[in-house]
Design a protein around this ligand. Sequence first.
Ligand code: NAD
Length: 446
Amino acid sequence: MTQMITSFDPSNGQRLGEVEVASPAQIAKKVANAKLAQRAWRQISMGERVQQISDAYHGLERRGSELPSLLAREMGKDIGRATSEIRGALYMGPHYAEEAKRALQTRQLHGRTELQYRPLGVVGVISPWNYPVMMANNLIIPALVAGNAVVLKPSEETPLIAEAFFGELAKRLPKDLLTVLHGDRDTGKALVESDIQMVAFTGSKAAGQDIMARAASSLKRLVMELGGNDPMIVMADANLEQAARFAVAGSLENSGQMCTSIERVYVDARVAEKFEQRVVEIASMYEVGPWDQPHVNVGPMINPRQHQKVMSQLHQAQQMGAEFLLGSAEQSQPYIRPTVVRGITPQMALETEETFGPVVAISRFERVDEAIERANASEYGLGAVVFGNQGVQQVADQLEAGMIGINQGQGGGGEAPWVGAKQSGFGFHGSIEGHRQFAQVRVVSK
Ligand code: NAD
């Protein structure tokens, strides 16, 4: 019997539609078809591949506002952010493809030896729900430019927007070159174990560990973009207004459901009172509600499980003595109002785990070394941010993360990679080095 996944609007539980779950036999068939499509795709020049990819993205642009409103409704983000995500993904198509083409050019080495970047075969892309278009997009483009075929397994929370965006993109590319198949983690597992050559994954650490184990038997290539628990340090001589604004924006963006969300704020005790007061004032201005209401910038949690996880961390913090300056440990589904808590200790889950909710979690420190130690105590190392003046560079130098922001957010943008350290993953995308992760390096001596 055909299994279906039903998609719901997280703000009101309304049913939005359903998609068919791919059976193991269908997965095998789609991967086999992708393999055939890849054989033809790898024969054409990289310039021609980039042209076809760019044309496919330009074709999608004509779909107008339909994609942002579907994204907003299915994921729960406000329409402004949904529009930016779709626009960003459409811009990235041709732009990233050009960048990947430059990165993957054959290079002449010494004498008559050259270094080539060859296709791997079929790449399985497995993606999360929090940026359901952007995250998959970033992995699909370099994989295709390198001459691979792609089979995408999007999140079971956001299948409709994945189908609308990538299903349509696939129709504008050679048949079977890009395939979207649906299902939950079991479908993801079956895809990892199928006859693909690489897994490019964005999602949780737990899923990443399972994927690594399953990929081991045939030594599949891996790109792992995993979770984070990003710290922010506010030094005594920081511009407090800028720091407070950043702490709130960084903690509440996408309702806190972001891998580089500011999860922990360490502030120098000498300026803490003033900083905390501004954080509360700024966070109070955020409005909570469904995607189609004006001025809303904090939406619902993606599902009851995620709501429950955030609330249980807040509840535990309260029991262990944390003080709520805004919001509370009792909030009913599906929303969580912007919540500001101070007095976080290293024993609390708010400090040790990824929260993924609209919470500004503040601790005070006496010496900056303490803050650095606590910032680095996490198993994750995605981003880290420090605001300050004298000695700010030395503090930044000691932070263990793939992306560091000094008096601004992390992530260089432009041609910088999106990269995590420690258990936030390995392999990455973006930049010359990132695009090369989707190819097999081959040395040819003539
Ligand atoms: P998730 O790991 O639960 O699911 C992600 C995807 O993997 C889904 O498509 C899911 O069906 C699939 N999946 C789950 N278990 C699997 C398994 N064992 N084998 C194969 N596939 C499996 O993550 P989520 O809840 O969708 O997303 C939130 C997480 O993603 C957070 O931890 C967040 O930090 C992380 N994330 C990281 C980045 C980054 O760039 N590093 C970006 C966005 C999100």
